[in-house]
Design a protein around this ligand. Structure first.
Ligand code: PHE
Length: 344
C-alpha cells in the first residue's frame, strides 16, 4: 500500500489536462467511485490498527492533494478556453464621435477675409467697447448731427465729451489703423458690432461686419469698383455682376450702395431678390477728406476708398437663409447643416 500511495503522489505531480474533459477524466481516475484513491481508502479499512494512524494521515494528504491538483487543472483549462475565445474584431469601424463644426458666420467671415488677403489686405482688429471719437467724430459725424441716428447706439457711459459705447461698425478700427500705421494702408477689419435695434428676421442687435480701407496716392473710384467686382465674383461666382447706387455716409464722398446680380435667379427676378434681380451687399465710397485730415493724412496727397458689409447678410445670400435669427439661436439642427463646409 505504501508504494501505491507514493506512486499516486508521483502521478499527481505529473498530471496534465488540456481541457475540462481531461480534468474530469483525471478526477474520475483518482477520486471517482472506482478511482485509485477511492480504492486505497477502502483498503485502509482492512489494515492493521497500529498502522492506521500513519496510513490514515498519508491517505488524507493524498486525497487533499488530488483534489487541489484537479481543481488547478480545471482552472487552467478554463483560462485557456477563454484565451482562445475570439477576441474583439479590431478591424471593425469605431463608434463615430459627434464632431462640432464651425459656425456659418465664422465660415463666411473667413471666406471674405481670405478673398481680401489674396488681394494684399492685412487684417486689423480693435476694441468692441469704443469711444465716441473713433466710432463717430473721427468719421465726420459732427456732434448732434442727425447722421448719428442712422446707427442706434448702445452707450456704456454718457455725460462727458467722449462717452464709451459699443461700436456700431468696425470703421472705428479703420480710424485706429490710420492713426497708427504707415501709408499706404490696405486693411480689412472683421468684427462684432452692436446696434440698438429690435430683433427681427432682418435685423439684430449684434452682428458681424467686415470693413475695408485702402489709402494710397492716386486711389480712384475705378479702383474701388474693381476691388468690389473681384470680391463679388470670388464670393458669389464668376458670372456675378455688380451695380452701384448713389448713397450717403458721413465718412465717404461720393458714397454708394453695392448690389450683386441675384445668384438664385441670375437676374430674372425671384422672391429672394424680390423680383428685382439684384441683392444689396455693402456700402462703400471714397474716404471723405475730413476723415483723412482727422487722422493726420494729407488729402491733397493721398486718397482712398472704404467699404463695409454685414457677414450675416452675405451668409444669408450665400445659403438662402431667410431669417437672421437662425445665426444667433445655436440650434444644432441649423448649425449641423454647415458641417461639411468646415474644411474652409
Ligand atoms: N460703416 C458703414 C456701416 O456700418 C459701412 C460702410 C463702410 C459704408 C465704409 C461705406 C464705407 O453701415
Amino acid at each position: 500500500m505504501k508504494e501505491a500511495i507514493e506512486q499516486i503522489f508521483k502521478e499527481l505531480e505529473q498530471l496534465k489536462a488540456s481541457s475540462q474533459k481531461e480534468a474530469e477524466e483525471a478526477r474520475v481516475r483518482f477520486l471517482g467511485k472506482k478511482g485509485e484513491i477511492t480504492a486505497l481508502m477502502e483498503q485502509f479499512r482492512t489494515i492493521a490498527p497500529e498502522m492506521k494512524r500513519e496510513y490514515g494521515q498519508k491517505l488524507n494528504q493524498l486525497k487533499k492533494e488530488a483534489l487541489a491538483k484537479i481543481e488547478e487543472l480545471r482552472a487552467s483549462a478554463e483560462a485557456s478556453v477563454q484565451a482562445d475565445a475570439p477576441k474583439e474584431d479590431l478591424t471593425m469601424p469605431g463608434d463615430a464621435m459627434p464632431l462640432g463644426s464651425r459656425h456659418p458666420v465664422s465660415i463666411v467671415r473667413q471666406e471674405i477675409v481670405d478673398i481680401f488677403r489674396k488681394a494684399g489686405y492685412n487684417v486689423a482688429e480693435g476694441p468692441e467697447i469704443e469711444d465716441d471719437y473713433h466710432v463717430f467724430e473721427a468719421l465726420n459725424f459732427p456732434p448732434n448731427h442727425p447722421a448719428r441716428e442712422m446707427q442706434d447706439t448702445f452707450f456704456v457711459s454718457t455725460g462727458h465729451l467722449n462717452p464709451l459705447l459699443l461700436r456700431t461698425h468696425t470703421s472705428s478700427v479703420q480710424v485706429r489703423t490710420m492713426e497708427s500705421q504707415e501709408l499706404p494702408i490696405r486693411v480689412i477689419c472683421p468684427g462684432r458690432v452692436f446696434r440698438n435695434e429690435a430683433i427681427s428676421a432682418r435685423a439684430h442687435c449684434i452682428f458681424h461686419q467686415v470693413e475695408g480701407l485702402y489709402i494710397d496716392k492716386n486711389v480712384t473710384f475705378a479702383d474701388l469698383k474693381q476691388a468690389i467686382l473681384v470680391f463679388a465674383r470670388e464670393m458669389f461666382g464668376p458670372d456675378t455682376e455688380i451695380r452701384m447706387r448713389p448713397s450717403y455716409f458721413p465718412f465717404t464722398e461720393p458714397s454708394a450702395e453695392v448690389d450683386v446680380s441675384c445668384n438664385i435667379c441670375h437676374g430674372k427676378g425671384c422672391n429672394i431678390c424680390k423680383g428685382t434681380g439684384w441683392l444689396e451687399i455693402m456700402g462703400c465710397g471714397m474716404v471723405d477728406p475730413n476723415v483723412l485730415k482727422a487722422s493726420g493724412i494729407d488729402p491733397e496727397i493721398y486718397s482712398g476708398f472704404a467699404f463695409g458689409m454685414g457677414v450675416e447678410r452675405i451668409a444669408m445670400l450665400k445659403w438662402q437663409v431667410n431669417d437672421l435669427r437662425h445665426y444667433f439661436e445655436n440650434d444644432m439642427r441649423f448649425l449641423g447643416e454647415f458641417a461639411t463646409a468646415t474644411e474652409v
